[in-house]
Design a protein around this ligand. Sequence first.
Ligand code: NAG
Ligand code: NAG
Ligand code: NAG
Ligand code: NAG
Ligand code: NAG
Ligand code: NAG
Ligand code: NAG
Ligand code: NAG
Length: 544
Amino acid sequence: MQVLGLLLGLQASIARAQLDSYDVREATIEGVHNALYGGLASCRGIVESFITRIDTYNPTLNAIITLNPNALSLADEKDFALAAGNGTGALFCIPILLKDNYDTKDMNTTGGCLDLAGSQPSIDAPVVSAFKNAGAIILGKTNLHELALEGLSVSSLGGQTVNPYDHTRTPGGSSGGTGAAIAASFAVFGTGTDTVNSLRSPASANSLFSVRPTRGLISRTGIMPISYTQDAVGPIARNVNDLAVALTIMASVGYDPDDNVTALIPSSSVGQDYSARLYGGALQGMRFGLMEGFFNRTASNETIPVNKILDDMVNALTTAGATVVPINESIYKSSAISSAFDVQRFEYRQEMDTYLSRPSLYGVHPSNLAELYSSGKFLVIPSEYSYVNTALVSSTNNVTYAPVKLGIQNLTTAVESTFRTNALDALIYPEQANLVVKIGSASQSGRNGILAALIGFPVVTVPAGFSPGSANAPLGVPIGMEILGMPWTESKLLNIAKMIAEVKRVRKRPLSTEKAVEAQSLQAVPVITPDTANVPKAYPVGVL
Ligand SMILES: *[C@@H]1O[C@H](CO)[C@@H](O)[C@H](O)[C@H]1NC(C)=O
Ligand SMILES: *[C@@H]1O[C@H](CO)[C@@H](O)[C@H](O)[C@H]1NC(C)=O
Ligand SMILES: *[C@@H]1O[C@H](CO)[C@@H](O)[C@H](O)[C@H]1NC(C)=O
Ligand SMILES: *[C@@H]1O[C@H](CO)[C@@H](O)[C@H](O)[C@H]1NC(C)=O
Ligand SMILES: *[C@@H]1O[C@H](CO)[C@@H](O)[C@H](O)[C@H]1NC(C)=O
Ligand SMILES: *[C@@H]1O[C@H](CO)[C@@H](O)[C@H](O)[C@H]1NC(C)=O
Ligand SMILES: *[C@@H]1O[C@H](CO)[C@@H](O)[C@H](O)[C@H]1NC(C)=O
Ligand SMILES: *[C@@H]1O[C@H](CO)[C@@H](O)[C@H](O)[C@H]1NC(C)=O
């Protein structure tokens, strides 16, 4: 009896030690599951720990548009299931956040646009169903650059999201609400969308990891569209393992007749478990192409830190036994690629009209893009005027559309040739050639996402370093690197990211979200009301 009592006492003290070691900050899927299945924390307790952080820090960061009023009752259901011996699912009780352009039937889906505040999907997007079926708890929806059209993460409904590492800068975008929220540990991971840069820019600006998958790997059905050719959806996380689990669940939707690009998925990628394939190989012998044209060599405080951090990364890779080959071909210039081949303006109106006119979309909302833009209930930043004006009158019937699509095929062939000629495993380059811009800037300039967006090749973005610290940014401003691979090589890219994360431990928690969190009563989950007062005065609301 005494021995048993001793054992039980020992178990309890181990339990307490593990409970003490559960830290909501930087919490991983594995860490949450250890706390939960070890009987050390309830699902309600875990969900409350994240909601407390949102309550404490969101008033400063302004990353969340809607909190899920059912989050705590869903947590109670999980606790009940667990007690009944049914606590299964890769994401059982994992709190996540969705960019507010993912259709959810339990929360309106707004794109950050005032004119869509009452837009109510009656069906979850297939990837949202996949998250729910895997046991995830959707804590809420994040702010984005309005309708995902730019990279500043300011919107008429959600206001301006703030970078947790430097409150004078944007969090990148357009998935900047997710970026700021995940950096601040408002959830275990989150989702974004990417038409040009939008999964990669927030990862880069918030010291996070993201995957923009191969075109076709993840169904885009039920996600507010921009471009049939360029749109992709994917996860943003604080570490590679969580990213791989999230990708596995999102890709589990597989072939979806409502998004015909999913027919491209090769049988070898169907049902793949990306986390099981993180094997911890070696960088030794790998070959990376460094995109020389994706740097800004004009010396300034915004560019020098990026160039230095990428130099350091190249040194770390070569020290680990990899070979880095400079790629100097003149076609690889992001601004030239963008002006020649970007097809958003031809596809946007048709795609958005289809999204807005679906019978399954309930609530108060415009029935097409022209109606939305004539409502006056949206924000247009200066860099969007000509784009939107063109998109409103353009279509895929435009005579220049087909030649531009052929140009994308040429570009794809060029990249494939670069891979073969140099026997490359991946191309590497900074996501942004300059630091993420200051709040109030006219656009998020200097980004390099366009190449992968057009050719549809996968990219994993990794934290590469920080700029020197300053008064506004005590740790420095995060700097991220893209790792672009051949189609369907997500598994290889995740392994490279994991090895890089082991060689160079870059990610740090932001200091601005470190102050002691006082215990709070969490009976009622507030729905955050939109803060249009936060919109910088430079951007008029609805004046197109
Ligand atoms: C276990 O949970 C799953 C997912 O919530 C549910 O579909 C299933 O019916 C449950 N099984 C039992 C025996 O309760
Ligand atoms: C969601 O949409 C409905 C229907 O348009 C509207 O009544 C409701 O106020 C919206 N919810 C929020 C939180 O704005
Ligand atoms: C795929 O779907 C798009 C609309 O989403 C349509 O325009 C296109 O014609 C379809 N392609 C094929 C080959 O069916
Ligand atoms: C650039 O950085 C240097 C060193 O940190 C600083 O002294 C200088 O004021 C900065 N210049 C600008 C324009 O911010
Ligand atoms: C490419 O650029 C690098 C660095 O600027 C240089 O060292 C290398 O010689 C160049 N290669 C070619 C083929 O021009
Ligand atoms: C065709 O596209 C071009 C380039 O985007 C645009 O200037 C023009 O207005 C479009 N014309 C039509 C008829 O859509
Ligand atoms: C694509 O490549 C073909 C063959 O090299 C060339 O004739 C054509 O002009 C190229 N098109 C574009 C848009 O670059
Ligand atoms: C390169 O950086 C300089 C200094 O920050 C900036 O003025 C210039 O616009 C940048 N060039 C490009 C092409 O982004």
